[in-house]
Design a protein around this ligand. Structure first.
Ligand SMILES: [Fe+2]
Length: 341
């Protein structure tokens, strides 16, 4: 029997796609049914994000909505493009050996982010932008997809999005964040081909193989038999509390919290958390993450209590950058706490 597809080294994108399709046919899988499953998976994550947006969180300065009304309007406009996120089929790409990298929150052109999120190594915003772009382009060299999970730029996010598209073609994928809402309309973002969210599945056997190779001493912490055959992963700029996940077997990949550590069942790909170098899923998962997932599949409410402590993970709001165009409900819900600097 041949080795698993994900063990193969990098190959050309078109060859990979053809081979992935052939593999599906050989496996007796139905590509159109797989696509329908992927559409449903993405819709489940969209629904969860709507539910999250409608549920106020308790912050230090009062209750606030995690995603504001204007931002939700943009997300809805992007979700109205049926099946678009599904066509990327990120899980199949990863399982067939292609390299997909994730990053978030570059905040190009945002001088204050150096102070607010401790980017002390950069003397000025120009130096910051140059290094962040250079690291992204270096990481993109071996990439089939480079997925930015939001907050591309404070001032002109559509222009930055086009710049990356010019450099990387359709390998650049953007999931919008709260800062991307500013300065661009929903129509502009729809035309620019941005996404609101993304969901995919990854074989748990592949996750196990990664952990056994990368963290052999930790692999036995994971009750592998409790994991589903394929682990669903939802990507969105905002971290979602596990109680909002579509199911107890989901993981969340997000940005937004910058240099704060991710909570259980979540992976933070903000640039401060990844050394400004976009990471593969293999680099983002850990034995602890999967051990927690196995615990939650056995107890679907596991880790829910920690969500109360999660309420204040909105670094943008805490730093006065606007909590996604929404903000403190007690103050009328017009702005983030304190407004922009
Ligand atoms: Fe951000």
């Amino acid at each position: 029997m041949s080795s698993p597809a994900w063990k193969h080294k990098k190959r050309s994108a078109s060859k990979h796609q053809d081979e992935a399709l052939e593999t599906k046919k050989e496996d007796g899988r139905n590509p159109s049914k797989d696509m329908q499953n992927l559409v449903e998976l993405n819709r489940a994550w969209e629904k969860a994000l709507r539910s999250h947006a409608a549920s106020p969180l308790a912050g230090a300065n009062g209750a606030y909505r995690p995603i504001g009304g204007k931002t939700m309007g943009l997300l809805e406009a992007l979700w109205a493009k049926p099946g678009r996120a599904s066509t990327l089929d990120v899980g199949a790409r990863i399982a067939s050996g292609k390299i997909v990298r994730f990053w978030a929150d570059p905040h190009f052109g945002h001088d204050n982010i150096r102070r607010l999120c401790h980017r002390d190594e950069f003397p000025d915003v120009e130096a910051m932008d140059a290094v962040v772009l250079e690291r992204a382009l270096e990481a993109a060299e071996d990439c089939d997809l480079l997925v930015c999970v939001g907050d591309l730029s404070l001032k002109n996010p559509v222009r930055e999005h086009r710049r990356l598209s010019d450099l990387l073609g359709d390998r650049h994928v953007l999931l919008v964040g709260n800062h991307d809402v500013r300065g661009a309309s929903a129509e502009q973002w729809v035309r620019a081909g941005a996404l609101a969210s993304l969901a995919f599945r990854v074989p748990s056997a592949l996750l196990r193989e990664w952990i056994e190779e990368d963290e052999p001493e930790m692999a036995e912490l994971v009750e592998w038999r409790r994991l589903p055959k394929e682990v669903p992963i939802g990507c969105s700029h905002w971290p979602m509390p596990p109680r909002r996940f579509p199911g107890a077997d989901w993981l969340c990949l997000h940005g937004h919290i910058h240099d704060r550590p991710a909570k259980p069942l979540r992976m933070n790909c903000s640039v401060e958390a990844i050394g400004y170098r976009p990471k593969t899923l293999r680099e983002l998962v850990s034995a602890q993450l999967l051990a927690d997932l196995a615990l939650r599949t056995a107890d679907p409410h596991r880790f829910d209590p920690e969500d109360d402590a999660d309420a204040d993970v909105d670094v943008d709001a805490e730093a006065g950058m606007g909590a996604g165009g929404n903000g403190n409900l007690a103050a009328g819900g017009r702005t983030g706490r304190g407004g922009r600097p």
